[in-house]
Design a protein around this ligand. Structure first.
Ligand SMILES: [Zn+2]
Length: 257
């Protein structure tokens, strides 16, 4: 049985490639979702981060079931001294998480590892850090899975922006939440756009849009179910950059053929 390991920074990050996860699971791939943090910064400044983490971890597990993932591994639970990471503190645990991801790669022997690239899709520093530690962990494992970094190319960004234009109420609701908690992101979602020619792998997820949206809807605390996460679920194709690919590589699936 082939296996895929997806390494996220936060519960709900899987929304950016949920169609690919659902498609792989439907094709019989053993899908594991690893989540580095519990997303304790995703509530209002007066909310208890531990409670937010507990909520978000349950939301991710529900989303993973909808997508057909076999298991979810929460790394924040493995680290007790500072259980509620706030934005900017991730460097304190990155080394532990790197070792944990390395162990998972050795144990699960995935054919494919999906994570963030240097742009972190939105530039979020924890996305960037998790992508970097995943690359180091894969290298340290001595194994050679296909390593793919999620990319928002012009088509993906256009898909998200078209959805936002068609749902102005949703953007207004997100902006109210953003005023209460600016750490959730900029007032209008921003992406580091990956140029078309840098993208190696484009996965058609049209048949899994509904699954992707139902999974995003599990993240009720983060704008799932009619909120801003639906915008991130809108693209009908998901894009990746395959590490070490030969120039000009173009493929239509993350799994090896
Ligand atoms: Zn995130």
């Amino acid at each position: 049985m082939s296996a895929l390991l997806a390494v996220l920074a936060h519960p709900d990050d899987e929304t950016t490639f949920g169609g690919t996860l659902a498609r792989c699971a439907a094709e019989g791939v053993d899908v594991t979702i690893v989540c580095a943090t519990g997303g304790g910064g995703g509530g209002g400044p007066d909310e208890n981060p531990a409670a937010i983490i507990a909520t978000r971890q349950v939301e991710l597990e529900a989303a993973a079931r909808v997508l057909g993932a076999a298991r979810v591994v929460h790394l924040e639970r493995t680290w007790g001294a500072l259980p509620c990471l706030r934005r900017g503190n991730y460097h304190l645990v990155a080394r532990d998480h790197e070792r944990a991801v390395e162990r998972l790669v050795r144990d699960l022997r995935p054919d494919v590892v999906l994570t963030f690239g240097n742009d972190g899709v939105t530039g979020h520093e924890t996305h960037v850090a998790v992508g970097a530690l995943t690359r180091r962990a894969v290298a340290a494992s001595g194994l050679t899975p296909r390593l793919l970094e999620v990319a928002y190319g012009p088509a993906q960004v256009a898909g998200v922006m078209a959805w936002i234009d068609a749902h102005p109420d949703c953007l207004a609701e997100y902006q109210e939440a953003q005023l209460r908690n600016p750490s959730i992101g900029p007032p209008v979602p921003e992406f580091v756009v990956v140029p078309e020619e840098a993208i190696t792998t484009v996965v058609d997820v049209t048949a899994f849009l509904d699954v992707k949206r139902r999974a995003a809807a599990c993240h009720l605390s983060q704008g799932g179910g009619g909120g801003i996460l639906d915008a991130f679920s809108a693209p009908t194709a998901e894009a990746f950059v395959l590490a070490g690919a030969a120039p000009g590589t173009r493929e239509d699936h993350v799994m090896p053929r």
